[in-house]
Design a protein around this ligand. Sequence first.
Ligand SMILES: C[S@@+](CC[C@H](N)C(=O)[O-])C[C@H]1O[C@@H](n2cnc3c(N)ncnc32)[C@H](O)[C@@H]1O
Length: 280
Amino acid sequence: MTKEEMYPLGRDETESRRLNEQHKLLLDIVGGAIDKAVPLDNISTVADVATGTGIWLWDAQKQLNENAGQSERQFHGFDISAAQFPPAPAGITFSVHDIFQPFPAEHLNRYDLVHVRLLVTAFPESEFQKAVENLLTILKPGGYLQWSEVDFAHVEAGSDDHPKGTAGVQPWMKFVEVTKISKCAPDTLYTAYNNAGLLNVANRSYPIRGRADLVDRAQEWERQFFSTMIPVILLKIGDAADKDEADEKGSKIKLDLEEYFADGGVVDVRFGTVIGQKPN
Ligand SMILES: C[S@@+](CC[C@H](N)C(=O)[O-])C[C@H]1O[C@@H](n2cnc3c(N)ncnc32)[C@H](O)[C@@H]1O
């Protein structure tokens, strides 16, 4: 199976909208597009790998313009598919590229900041190291690698306090096992960064459960996340023979989740940002 075929999510307009909504929530969860370890004054070239709709690049550009002055900066988005690329605005360019393939010569040692976000479902845990090493080739010496991922390690334990809390969780955990994707991608990344010789590596964890200011938006994100993923998961783990059965079983799981949400529940999915610097 190619990397393109392995990616389990769609790329239609609904999915683009979901990614853009998710992006806004994520910025509120982690407190901005660019991690606090990155000295904004020194950033003039920025890459976003697996960029999707490219939405992170806009906010990175805005954050830099507002905090480090409006200067000539270059922003480039890479993705294995061009299906969700927006019309390219001034200063932002896009190209098709698989994170595992050698980057074209013009991108090597070019970027002060390389960002990646939400690739955990696209490949098994064992491939993170290779991806990190390939990304290092496009970073300038001294440049920063900022990669944010979903952490599912607390999901199971955090959901059994409610009779309907485990509805979407059990198939999800089975999916993680069957596909061998990382259960705690931030920790996997932390190890990969250190193995690759990155410096000043930090792993920041951001829970959404317990954020009283975000309950409604967190539930809406989880509603969309599980709605998008559950039919895919049921087919993948063999709990549904075909799409019709997956949709039918998925609807039941969604109803259970709604009961959980109505009682104020938020599944304990966390986000993690791992940041590190390429040695000079
Ligand atoms: C869940 S989306 C996240 C998009 C974006 N990073 C964000 O946070 O909004 C994952 C993206 O990774 C891309 N992708 C999947 N496998 C890839 C690979 N091997 N190399 C590059 N991009 C990949 C998909 O096409 C999709 O656009």
